[in-house]
Design a protein. Structure first.
Length: 594
């Protein structure tokens, strides 16, 4: 037995040597493979970082090219991007990496593409970059959104200063902006027969995002818990912050966006007004600069300049005192009046200067209407100080009053400048951008967007240097069904976007306002609203109070605004200038390697 087991120890030793050899080889192979993978991973990371660096330098170049420019329009962007493309496409960024292979690590801008967005409000510059680190290639793309429009057009409702939402306004399909502070409470304020009062109601409902500088800028009061004489600020470190934001604003915490108010792209109404006057006659940039200071100071020389300019049609009501005081003089005067009315009511195709106040009554003075192409066309020529743009404008040198006295809608289509006050009353059909240097009054007005054939209805964009007052003489209009139902009882939806350089206070308490567009104020903006219907308290002969029939559905609010982004396309010629180009840098994205 013992003889038969001789040599087994040797076999066992050989077997163990074999096992340990295989394990050693496996460990060595794994180590070598891991080293190779570590090197490959390092190169992969390095190539990714190099591609990012290449894009960053290209973006910085583009941002520097547009920084602080206020003389650019969307039409110029296409021209500028061709120069940028030539400057940066193929641009190489060389890395200082010491590669064992001795090869040079470098990133290259492989593409610069400019595309208009679908809604026409901006252009997208798409940059493509490729980085090669020792044969490891990574490709990245990044979009830059660029536009020449002011920021206020992006929002359903907003203020560059304080925004106060008292009660239950409802904002759909857009964002709300508060430049300084946002104050919210579930209590609406109102005035009735000279008496001020309040009524408890719901908190506001916001379907989009809220944009503020910091979450601590938002304060609120819950009327059901305490008096609203004092507000409580939100604190991002509160354990129940998500619940608070949802309860008082109706949004998730993720829908609360922070934006430095210094980055807000403002609009200057008077400078924009001057720009449009210059465009009305196709004036050169040098001419604009001549009149800029005088116009800002309120000088009337600009109108004198227009009166002497042959590139604008002159129109004005004849004065009886300019004619002989006899039968022939009367006949000539009446002929001139008839010619004036016919000219005013005709369809315009060129810029017009109307000297003096203008009132449209829907009867004799029926409309201000441009052809579709004349309203929407804008051309440019020249370079530098000789650069000139031409678009068509109807300029009222005085007050402009629309007081339609008939049931059929009064038509308004065009780009309109008003040096005085503006008033709109009655039934209107509008496709227009209007700048008013005075105050604006919207009184018992029905503002519906004008349709052209099968195309969607357009709208009114109204920019007022003075205050905007929106009110109804016949209050207590009822709501029978949720927005946007257009029954015979429900409020008519106004197709309009309003902007004022002043403070504004709006009420959806006794009156009800439904708007498809937006409202923005440069100053403080206060909204008061309740849901459901309101009736005067008939028990008191002086009617000092209002009875409210509340409703839990926010779409039954008496103040609703639904954002309308179509204004960018529909009113692109009339929209105002800005102080700077607006750049929005998108995220870097990996691009598939073919």
């Amino acid at each position: 037995m013992l003889r038969e087991e001789r040599g087994s120890a040797l076999l066992l030793v050989l077997f163990m040597l074999f096992i340990f050899t295989m394990l050693g080889l496996a460990v060595m192979s794994a180590s070598i493979g891991g080293a190779h993978r570590s090197v490959a991973r390092e190169k992969d990371v390095q190539s990714l970082h190099l591609a990012e660096k290449t894009l960053t330098e290209a973006v910085a170049y583009i941002a520097a090219n547009y920084n602080k420019r206020d003389d650019i329009t969307l039409e110029q962007l296409q021209e500028d991007i061709e120069e940028i493309q030539a400057d940066i496409e193929g641009k190489t960024v060389v890395s200082k990496l010491n590669l064992v292979s001795g090869r040079e690590a470098k990133g290259i801008i492989t593409g610069v593409e400019m595309m208009p967005s679908q809604d026409g409000q901006e252009y997208v510059i798409r940059l493509s970059a490729e980085a090669d680190v020792d044969g490891v290639i990574r490709k990245l793309v990044q979009d830059i959104n660029i536009n020449a429009y002011p920021d206020f057009l992006k929002y359903t409702m907003g203020s560059e200063a304080d925004l106060k939402l008292n009660g239950a306004p409802y904002f759909l399909n857009g964002d709300v902006y508060a430049g300084v502070n946002l104050r919210v409470k579930n209590e609406a304020e109102y005035k009735y027969y000279g008496s001020s009062s309040t009524t408890p109601t719901l908190f506001p409902t916001i379907a989009g995002n809220i944009v503020v500088e910091d979450i601590s800028r938002i304060s609120y009061c819950d009327k059901t818990i305490s008096s609203c004489s004092a507000y409580q600020a939100l604190n991002k470190n509160d354990a129940d912050i998500q619940t608070k934001v949802h309860d008082i604003l109706g949004i998730a915490l993720d829908n609360l966006q922070l934006k430095d108010n210094k980055a807000f792209v403002e609009v200057n109404i008077r400078e924009s007004f001057l720009d449009k006057v210059m465009e009305a006659v196709g004036a050169k940039l040098a001419d604009r600069n001549i009149y800029k200071n005088e116009f800002q100071a309120g000088s009337g020389k600009l109108i004198d300049y227009l009166s002497d300019n042959t590139n604008i049609n002159k129109l004005g009501a004849p004065r009886r005192e300019d004619f002989e005081d006899d039968e022939d003089g009367t006949s000539d005067y009446l002929d001139q009046v008839s010619a004036y009315i016919d000219s005013l009511n005709s369809e315009h195709a060129a810029s017009v200067l109307h000297m003096g106040n203008l009132k449209l009554d829907g009867k004799e003075f029926k409309r201000v209407k441009y052809t579709v192409s004349a309203k929407n066309d804008r051309t440019g020529s020249g370079n530098g100080a000789d650069k000139a743009y031409k678009s068509n404008w109807f300029i009222v040198n005085g007050d402009f009053e629309i007081d339609n006295e008939i049931d059929a809608p009064l038509e308004l289509r065009g780009n309109i400048l008003v040096t005085g006050n503006l008033k709109i009353k009655g039934n209107t059909s509008i496709d227009a951008t209007i700048f008013a240097l005075g105050s604006t009054t919207i009184e018992d007005a029905t503002i519906k967007g004008m349709k052209d054939g099968a195309a969607a209805a357009k709208e009114l964009v109204l920019l007022s240097s003075g205050p905007i007052n929106i009110h109804r003489v016949d209050s207590f209009n009822r709501i029978s069904s949720p927005y946007p139902d257009q029954t015979s009882i429900n409020p008519i939806i106004m197709d309009a976007f309003f902007y004022t350089d002043q403070d504004a206070t709006l009420y959806g308490v006794g009156s009800a306002f439904w708007i498809r567009g937006g409202f923005f104020a440069k100053g403080n903006l206060t909204i008061n609203a309740v849901t459901g219907n309101a009736e005067p308290d008939r028990s008191d002969p002086n009617h000092p109070m209002i009875d409210f029939v509340g409703h839990s559905n926010p779409k039954m609010s008496r103040f609703i605004i639904e954002y309308n982004p179509s204004i960018y396309y529909n009113q692109k010629v009339g929209l105002p200038r800005v102080k700077q180009i607006n750049l929005s840098i998108g995220k870097k994205r990996l691009q598939t390697i073919d």
